[in-house]
Design a protein around this ligand. Sequence first.
Ligand code: AMP
Ligand code: ZN
Ligand code: FE
Ligand code: FE
Length: 286
Amino acid sequence: MSAARAPEGNADLHLHTVYSDGTETPTRVVELAQAAGLRAIAITDHDILDGYPEAAAAAQERGIELIPGIEMSASWDGCEVHVLGFFLELHYQPLQRLLAEQRQRRIARIHDMVSRLQQLGLQIEPEDVFASSGQGSVGRPHVAQALVKRGYVATEKEAFNRYIGNNGPAFIPGSPLAPALVIDMIRQAGGIPVLAHPIYLNNDRLIAQFARDGLAGLEVYHSSHAPDAVQRYERVADELGLLKTGGSDFHGRGKEGAEIGAATIPYSLIDLLKQWKGTHRTRSCA
Ligand code: AMP
Ligand code: ZN
Ligand code: FE
Ligand code: FE
């Protein structure tokens, strides 16, 4: 659903900024969204909400609707599971506390991954990685950037293929949280939990399980979903009664095929998200 232009406008609900592993500021992301002719966007940084205020100011100035968003990391049976959250309350304290813990774990994980790389004979220090992430939520792409800078690999892709991809010798899982816990926290924060890029999970039975755990939506449209995958996930979402979302998973410079607007949804699907939020009591207390 990327190329077609809906009469009511299009939205890209999966975008990263410098607050996690994207290369662009929230303001720049909004500018690019405007240039791509989008009506609405969501910034979905990994385990962090801090890009929202800057993006909100830029979006208001340019007449773009900004939907509060996040991409939270969980794991299931050693596999990474990413859960998007939309329309959440940014200042809900239990969520903010969990995110702060997640970011601390991300920092500890970088130290562990760097130790693995050192054991493999690579001269790299944690500071090389943190120089790349700045104040943002640190992750594997920052390790990849440090490896490129040190000349051990030619591209970030090669860093994933040789060292830090899911089966790589220096890979360490990113989050100990169960998907059900993350789903529940997003709902408690008033948000809509959506399973990100199900193609990476490649296990449709798990989607049904997550739906029983309270998952509300499926990211059917994604820059890594070929047309046959989109059709399959449209069917899965319909069968399980899940909302459909979509986005490019833009990370900025250097990721071909994932430009802003590379995967979009018609605004009518956002109306459905809003309807869902209006009819589901997501908070457990007043
Ligand atoms: P992390 O949250 O630290 O585990 O990093 C996950 C991020 O790494 C994803 O959002 C992608 O941006 C990137 N990533 C994961 N796998 C790959 C891969 N095989 N090649 C390039 N980038 C990847
Ligand atoms: Zn990322
Ligand atoms: Fe992801
Ligand atoms: Fe993402």
